[in-house]
Ligand binder design. Structure first.
Ligand code: TEU
Length: 535
């Protein structure tokens, strides 16, 4: 609603820098590419962009392994270019969110290098979790924790004299050692990093793996029937209270966005108390099946939990870690989970696209903020046939599935790869191969085509910007036939989504503002959504 801080009802677009646009011609996206395509984001009408990490990194986990939090990796550009991007985006009324990764750093970070080089007594070891191994020779890991990427969470070090040494903890890959958030130096360093980027004018930060920072100091074994020794410890909230104090000290509504994966919506909402994070991604919604009852229950639970703490809800259908909409919704099992992300599952892309279009109208009309991952506005599908030799994600090796399929470089124009992703005369092909069929999904091919995914997103966001009932607020469910979600946003707006298998009669309305697919007179076909003007 008018007068609310911008972020409560924002549309935030996730830029995955290495796959957005390549200005330099090396096949990897960069800041020059983002600057050259700000017009796409303006035409889409988004309020802000969140950039996945762009810091110096050995890229063991695509930049989520940071070796210097205060600079830009040369493959993406320079700090001066980042500052220019912030300025140009602001001039275009687009805010900038950067991604901060506090749970772990890169094994190439100077702290970790000093911890290794200094041997068992190096003071830098206290900044991480170094422990002797178990067993008679210390050759078993200190506990039984399992990595988020598959495999164990401990790697043994070798002492400077060549003897086997202590182990260190990594919840993700071995190249991402976990920082010790009980250490005041770690806290002070990240407060300084936060100020560094706020001083450069960013409008907010996205906090990676936000619920994982604190570990039970005894590092006890994990047991399924006991609280996790590292997920969502109560003490983690102190960190965000101090970050909030810092952020509030800056002018102009800067925000903290948490990546908080927690199935318990109330524990999740605790992160959004008025003195903590402003907002956090709604992963329950992302994981929800294309099912009317489950979606409705998820919307209700979300709104209820957020109301407890006065925070706006967020609606997220994807990001750089999960299967793209049109693929996920084109399968028999539409829920998301990493284990299901496998080859060989039958996908009906036409059905998936219909649902993804309806899903776009659903998410863009629910109360709160919406996140759009780059490429979803083009209806890109998950690329599942990337040759093994070209795969980059460390998850493949550790768990047999990976996230490359949603990270393939965007198609901008033209009839063949690199589809305008890289400039003419580029020295390398795009870092992941683009499907030839993406010639129909380029920004250029879709622009001006009223049936395209891109024009649907543009229309929806344009209407959302001018429609006072959209953005943050409340919803009122309307009576509807089985399998149909219908809600009003007062005053005068309704969204109806048909998730049943037959056509249904539209509720009484004054006019139709937008439809995700063709209507059949007054009938709304299956897997179709409409926005209506009602009295
Ligand atoms: O992801 C954190 C995370 O816990 C989930 O995304 C998930 O567990 C993981 O993707 C696989 O199970 C964030 C980033 O979004 C992701 O890209 C990084 O790899 C990860 O942190 C480590 O920094």
């Amino acid at each position: 609603a008018d007068g609310d801080p911008w972020w409560r009802g924002a549309v935030i677009y996730q830029v995955y820098p290495r796959s957005f646009a390549d200005g330099g011609g090396d096949g990897v996206g960069d800041i020059a590419g983002i600057r050259a395509h700000l017009d796409h984001l303006s035409a889409l009408g988004v309020d802000a962009i969140w950039l996945s990490p762009w810091y110096p990194s050995p890229m063991a986990d695509a930049g989520y392994d940071v070796s210097d939090y205060r600079d830009i990796d040369p493959i993406f550009g320079t700090l001066a270019e980042a500052e220019a991007l912030i300025e140009e985006a602001h001039a275009a009324n687009i805010r900038i969110i950067v991604d901060v990764v506090p749970n772990h750093c890169s094994d190439a970070h100077p702290w970790f290098q000093a911890a290794l080089a200094g041997g068992p007594d190096a003071p830098e070891r206290d900044l991480f979790w170094f422990r002797p191994g178990r067993g008679p020779n210390g050759d078993e890991p200190p506990n039984n924790w399992r990595s988020e990427f598959g495999g164990g969470t401990w790697t043994r070090t070798t002492n400077p004299d060549g003897t086997p040494g202590d182990w260190y903890l990594h919840l993700f890959s071995p190249e991402q050692p976990d920082l010790n958030w009980d250490h005041p130096k770690v806290r002070a360093e990240f407060e300084s990093i936060l100020r560094f980027w706020l001083d450069r004018g960013v409008d907010g930060v996205r906090i990676d793996s936000a619920a994982l920072l604190l570990k039970h100091p005894a590092l006890p074994d994990h047991h399924d029937d006991r609280p996790s020794p590292y997920v969502d410890l109560d003490e983690v909230h102190d960190v965000y209270r101090s970050w909030r104090r810092i952020t509030d000290g800056y002018p102009g509504d800067r925000i903290l966005i948490g990546e908080v994966w927690l199935p318990d919506t109330r524990r999740f909402a605790d992160y959004l108390r008025p003195d903590e994070l402003h907002t956090a991604f709604n992963f329950e919604f992302l994981g929800c099946a294309w099912d009317p009852d489950l979606l409705r229950a998820c919307v209700d639970a979300t709104l209820e939990a957020h109301a407890l703490v006065g925070a706006p809800a967020t609606w997220v259908l994807s990001n750089h870690d999960v299967t793209r909409h049109v693929t996920r919704y084109g399968r028999a099992d539409t829920t998301f989970s990493f284990a299901k992300k496998r080859q060989g599952v039958v996908t009906d892309l036409e059905l998936g696209t219909r649902r993804a279009r309806a899903g776009a109208l659903l998410t863009l009309s629910l109360p709160g903020a919406t996140y759009v991952y780059q490429g979803e506005e083009l209806g890109l599908w998950e690329v599942e046939d990337i040759p093994e030799a070209l795969r980059q994600d460390p998850m493949w090796a550790r768990s047999g599935h990976g996230r490359d399929g949603c990270r393939v470089p965007l198609p901008w124009s033209g009839d063949a790869a690199p589809f305008g992703f890289s400039p003419a005369g580029a020295t390398s092909p795009p870092w992941l191969p683009q499907p030839a069929d993406w010639k129909d999904r380029t920004v250029q091919a879709q622009t001006g085509d009223p049936h395209s995914m891109l024009e649907l997103y543009r229309d929806a966001i344009r209407i959302r910007r001018t429609e006072p009932s959209l953005g943050d607020g409340t919803l009122r469910w309307l009576p509807a036939p089985d399998g149909v979600l219908a809600f009003a946003r007062d005053p005068g707006f309704a969204c109806v989504v048909n998730l049943s298998t037959g056509s249904v009669v539209l509720p009484e309305h004054r006019s139709c503002l937008l439809a995700s697919g063709p209507l059949d007179g007054e009938l709304l076909p299956p897997d179709t959504a409409v926005w209506l003007r009602i009295d």
